[in-house]
Write a protein that binds this ligand. Structure first.
Ligand code: 13P
Ligand code: SF4
Length: 366
């Protein structure tokens, strides 16, 4: 039987080492009833406790397949929403700190996307002509919008294949919220840069003329990731000058110019796999979040593989960092006592409609 929930105040001042021991004990007490999923950007003190780790796509699949009663999601809000939508109704998804959002996901919202759809309807019939694609880094109601309008979700792993899927159905795409992933994936597919235009959601008609809208193949929402925008082409140039034989790898949320100058571009899972498989003695410049890069550096240094961080600035995802040992211990010990705190539950009809868009994505072979 549940007892009154333990208050977070009891945890906020605990030392990390104390939390560490309590997290281990709580996980042991919960056994197979709880699974901890951890995104690759999680801080080391949390990441080490994850039962399974991955990028957004892998974690979505893991959530869909797992059997545990509780899915404790060490990541950000949109990922926990996806886990809820794809898991069974009797499973509960928990996000240790509800403030763990994603600033990029917040750059598009339903009101603005619906307003854009209406404005586009003054130029063409969007439901005939445009496939809406939402990057998984978005709120569940935007995934539901895509579900309702013949659209789909994509991740950094499959965005090019999802664009192909979309163009097999309609002539144009509205891609939100990350303009950079949209542009890079369009480029990989062979869409010319002048056929991709930025839809500025704060301007009437996205700041575009009717002619621009009619000509465009991809309308790119003007969102971006505040972490990945810190990586600049000049960082790549300076590195290559110093180490002409080194390799450069970055996440597709980086600007087009950075991706273009990189040898490899891909998701967090792809970056980890690629550098782990690198030959001894190689040197890598990595353009993605700092926690991942620091961990990778430690993991491969014994093979004499050198990992460098792309920016001279500290670029950490502050919202991923919200999941700390204190919140983590608090949620787990509450579960041991039968209390579910910080549950993420997407309401209907958004959940069903978002599931439609997510299942379309999972069915595409990319
Ligand atoms: P991945 O799906 O590549 O892990 O990316 C998620 C993300 O938020 C990157 O900033
Ligand atoms: Fe969102 Fe950027 Fe953080 Fe990824 S790194 S979760 S896109 S803010």
């Amino acid at each position: 039987m549940a007892v009154p929930a333990l208050a977070y105040d009891l945890y906020s001042a605990l030392e990390d080492e104390v939390c560490d021991a309590r997290i281990r004990a709580a996980k042991q007490a919960l056994g197979a009833r709880a699974v901890v999923l951890g995104h690759h950007y999680q801080r080391a003190e949390v990441y080490k406790h994850a039962d399974k780790t991955g990028d957004s796509l892998k974690l979505a699949r893991l959530a869909a397949e797992c059997d545990a009663e509780y899915i404790v999601f060490c990541g950000v809000h949109f990922m926990a929403e996806v886990a809820d939508v794809l898991s069974r109704p009797d499973q509960k998804v928990i996000l240790p700190d509800l403030a763990a959002g994603c600033s990029m996901a917040d750059m598009a919202n339903l009101a603005k996307v619906e307003a854009a759809w209406k404005e586009l309807a003054t130029v063409l019939d969007p439901d005939e002509v445009i496939t809406p694609i939402t990057y998984i880094n978005s709120a569940a109601d935007l995934k539901a919008f895509c579900g309702r309008h013949g659209g789909i979700v994509c991740t950094s792993t499959n965005a090019k294949g999802i664009l192909e899927w979309a163009f097999e159905r309609r002539r144009k795409v509205l891609f939100f919220p990350d303009q950079h992933l949209g542009r890079w994936s369009g480029h990989k597919l062979g869409v010319a840069l002048d056929e991709m235009v930025v839809w500025d959601c704060d301007k009437p008609m996205g700041g575009l003329t009717q002619e621009q809208i009619k000509k465009a193949k991809i309308l790119l929402w003007n969102g971006h990731c505040s972490v990945h925008q810190m990586f600049r082409p000049e960082h790549v140039d300076a590195f290559r000058k110093k180490y002409p034989d080194a390799k450069v790898i970055c996440h597709p949320e980086c600007a087009y110019e950075v991706c273009l100058k990189s040898d490899y571009v891909g998701s967090t899972e792809y970056i980890l796999k690629t550098v782990h498989a690198a030959e001894r003695g190689t040197r890598w410049l990595v353009g993605t979040e700092l926690n991942l890069v620091n961990r990778l550096h430690e993991e491969v240094k014994h093979k004499n593989v050198n990992v460098h961080f792309m920016s001279p600035m500290v670029c950490m995802c502050s919202t991923m960092f919200r999941i700390d040992p204190q919140h983590f211990a608090w949620t787990l010990e509450n579960l041991v006592k039968g209390n579910v705190v910080n549950q993420i539950k997407v309401p209907e009809p958004d959940a069903s409609q978002a599931r439609t868009a997510l299942e379309r994505m999972l069915a595409v072979n990319t």
